[in-house]
Write a protein that binds this ligand. Structure first.
Ligand SMILES: C[S@@+](CC[C@H](N)C(=O)[O-])C[C@H]1O[C@@H](n2cnc3c(N)ncnc32)[C@H](O)[C@@H]1O
Length: 397
């Protein structure tokens, strides 16, 4: 009889700046010995914790089981150490494999080459022992292996997730610049919003932020729409445990406020509607086509979390003027709201003309970003002058 209460080491990968909120999420699903690293959180858990991590964590990109950690200074050492692992514990020669590598080291500079060498090592392990080899399947392998090299420390892990967990399964249509789902969820959790007031994304694009917000508000696990997790292909897959977790109603809660997504582009908003439908959230999110300056917020205050255009397509003076107008609209109509804005353009963020109460560094794709909290009070209009006299960096135009 299999011992399902056995505890083992697990790693969850995340994005820059989300380690602490991921640790909090892990506590809630019963993870033990939680340790924060750089874009990773390590913990101990059972098979149930592993399944829950994949189904429930909003800020994890993937969940891994580390199998070996060793020192390697060149390809030969890497190859030998990987070939020494008893891979027959995990798969047979009729299974398929894929290897992903993440390399942060001056001893190994091409992650693709590291992945190739590592794949050779696994294949040669089988060839030498069984005279047959598993084949490679980069999209749907039975076993996805993750090789992480930091300087000369190599960690070989089994990938439990498969496709990155930001692929929730509700995105049916792409818009021009959708934000990553994990980034959106992390931004909302960092703001402290948990359904206690209205939520607005006035530049919602394909709807990622409002959909993630609705999932948080109603307690919908982010993994519930996924077609597949890697662990479902493993020999030790516990189908009963997994379907009990998927079908459980323990997660869900009520929500009595509004979630509003709005965008100037009606075409983009249609994409948001399709995505919301795919998540069965179209009746729980109000979608409105309007420029921010014309959107009428509900009377009862709330929170704004938004990802305005960054200016790759606009000229500097245009983008600064655009952010100045965002600030004007906030001051005019959003009394009592807090507005959290992510942007890679820190100069433009200054043009909002409110003093940021918090400044958090995040990374969107490859762009370093500021994620700023602005609180809008009565008299915020005057605040820019006060900022000038107190020496805050916010400038009036
Ligand atoms: C970076 S995208 C937001 C992407 C979104 N977070 C997503 O995941 O799809 C910025 C959005 O702002 C919208 N936008 C630009 N100017 C606007 C305005 N004045 N009022 C409202 N939305 C505007 C654009 O149409 C675009 O969809």
């Amino acid at each position: 009889v299999e011992n399902t209460s056995k505890s083992f080491a697990i790693t969850a990968k995340t994005m820059y700046g989300f380690e602490q909120i991921l640790a909090k999420e892990l506590e809630l699903i019963g993870a033990k010995n939680i340790e924060l690293g750089n874009r990773v959180v390590q913990f101990k858990g059972t098979k149930e914790t592993l399944y829950r991590a994949n189904i429930q964590l909003r800020t994890a990109l993937r969940v891994l089981i580390p199998v070996k950690k060793f020192d390697a200074r060149n390809d030969i050492q890497l190859y030998n150490s990987i070939k020494d692992i008893d891979w027959s514990e995990y798969i047979t020669t009729s299974d398929t494999i894929a290897v992903d590598a993440v390399v942060n080291s001056d001893k190994f500079n091409h992650s693709k080459f590291v992945a190739l060498k590592s794949k050779d090592a696994v294949v040669d392990f089988f060839r030498e022992k069984f005279n047959r080899r598993p084949s490679v399947n980069t999209t749907h392998p039975t076993l996805r292996i993750n090789v992480h090299i930091s300087d000369s420390t190599c960690t070989v892990s089994i990938d439990c997730s498969g496709e990155s967990l930001h692929k929730r399964g509700y995105r049916v249509e792409q818009s021009a610049a959708p934000i990553n789902e994990v980034l959106a969820a992390g931004m909302i959790l960092l703001s402290g919003w948990n359904g206690q007031c209205n939520f607005i994304d006035p530049m919602c694009g394909s709807g990622t932020i409002v959909i993630e917000a609705a999932m948080i508000a109603y307690g919908i696990p982010p993994g519930i729409f996924r077609n597949e997790f890697a662990f479902e292909k493993w020999q030790d897959f516990d189908e009963d445990m997994f379907s009990n977790l998927i079908d459980s109603d323990e997660y869900y809660k009520d929500f009595d406020h509004k979630i509003i997504g709005s965008d100037i582009s009606a075409q983009t908003l249609r994409i948001a509607l399709e995505n919301a439908k795919a998540a069965s959230l179209h009746k729980r999110i109000e979608l409105k086509a309007a420029p921010f300056s014309e959107l009428e917020p509900p009377n009862e205050a709330g929170i704004i979390v938004t990802n305005p255009p960054y200016g790759e397509r606009l000229k500097t003076h245009q983008i600064q003027e655009f952010y100045r107008r965002i600030g004007d609209t906030l001051k005019l109509k959003y009394n009592g709201y807090s507005a959290w804005i992510i942007s890679s353009d820190l100069e433009a963020l200054k043009r909002v003309g409110l003093r940021p109460e918090k400044r958090i560094k995040l990374i969107n794709g490859k762009l370093d970003c500021g994620y700023y909290k602005f609180s809008v009070y009565k008299g915020s209009k005057k605040q820019k002058y006060q900022n000038r006299t107190t020496g805050a960096e916010t400038k009036s135009e």
